[in-house]
Design a protein around this ligand. Structure first.
Ligand code: NAP
Length: 312
């Protein structure tokens, strides 16, 4: 079995405001400063063995930064994934009121965003529906399935789906059976799974047995593993035992329980990324895994809390 790799996600690197719990809100929020920082973090990641990078058109300039970095560095051994279906509308406006990204799952949005994203080829290997839901219509829209199938065949891409929300398992179970020309469409699943939200465990195990690519996002619950008053003391105890920070414990929990293909780091600076990468250097004992499994909470409660996170 291949070992889980840590990949780097650009959600926090490409736009000035995101729902993450940032330690330092006084950072320079200009586009130039963000691009410099994104290149620093991408270079640091590559130098430290990271070879998988995930972005989306709705991550502000995240997709452009990744493209510029790819073209500048010319690394042949990196794998990139991007998404389609959300448009960034906050226009780099600090304190933007309302939704910063707007969802539209239609063939025209897919074609529009593909025109930009295809510049990530040849390193682009996974092309994902961004945040599939029952309501968005994507699971039933055969014209979208057919267009994705065409892209899959024409460019040799894996077609992926990303999910969020209390009914992730339900969405995954519908998606896994979607076929075009009698061939299953989706090869890759990007899913939230962490010490608090473990509801997708069985579904992900099943997808793994079918040979699917499993990418775990939000392994740190958007930073809430650092702030949750009820679980902090357990996580702090383990962090002392293994001599790493809480983030490495939470990432290692994902690796040891699920062994996904990739677990994403959402770090927005090299310091945090360095701490995240320590998750690759140790294993949790069975007792400690049991302790961490017991920190799970009801999915509805988890996703209600996530919905209430502020953009900052
Ligand atoms: N629907 C989707 O498809 C979807 C949704 C969400 C995420 N994603 C993907 O998953 C990736 C990762 O998810 P995420 O960024 O949302 O969440 P995450 O990894 O759960 O959380 C990242 C948060 O943890 C903080 N952090 C990390 N290491 C830290 C440390 N050592 N000390 C203190 N704080 C630390 C980060 O702070 P700093 O920002 O200060 O580093 C940030 O606030 C994204 O970049 C994106 O590629 C996809």
């Amino acid at each position: 079995m291949n070992k889980t790799q840590i990949g780097l996600g650009l959600a926090a690197l490409g736009r000035p405001e995101y729902i993450n719990i940032r330690e330092d809100s006084n950072i320079d929020k200009s586009k130039t400063a963000f691009k410099t920082n994104a290149f620093d973090v991408l270079d640091f990641a590559y130098q430290n063995g990271v070879r998988f990078f995930d972005t989306a058109p709705s991550y502000g300039l995240g997709e452009h930064f990744l493209l510029d970095w790819k073209n500048a560095r010319q690394h042949k051994d990196v794998t990139l994934s991007t998404k389609w279906g959300y448009t960034y509308v906050a226009n780099w406006e600090l304190g933007f009121e309302g939704k910063h990204e707007v969802k539209e799952h239609s063939v025209s949005k897919l074609n529009e965003q593909w025109e930009t994203s295809k510049a990530l080829l040849l390193q682009l290997k996974i092309y994902q529906v961004h945040s599939a839901t029952i309501e968005s219509g994507i699971l039933k829209d055969t014209s979208i399935h057919e267009r994705l199938f065409q892209l899959k065949k024409e460019y040799g891409l894996k077609i992926g789906i990303t999910t969020s929300g209390f009914n992730q398992s339900e969405i995954l179970n519908i998606a896994k059976d979607i076929a075009v020309n009698n061939e299953l469409l989706f090869d890759s699943y990007q899913v939230t799974y962490n010490v608090f939200e473990q509801s997708t465990f069985n579904t992900l195990q099943e997808l793994k047995t079918k040979g699917k690519t499993i990418i775990i996002k939000e392994a740190l619950a958007n930073g809430r593993v650092f702030t949750n008053e009820h679980t902090k003391k357990h996580l702090e105890t383990l962090s002392k035992i293994y001599n790493v920070k809480i983030d490495a414990i939470a990432l290692r929990f994902v690796i040891d329980t699920l062994q996904p293909t990739i677990v994403l780091s959402g770090a927005s600076n090299t310091n945090h990324l360095a701490q995240n990468l320590k998750a690759l250097d140790f294993e949790l004992s069975l007792d400690h895994l049991e302790l961490l499994k017991s920190l799970r909470i009801n999915s509805k409660v988890y996703w209600d809390e996530r919905r209430d996170l502020a953009w900052n």
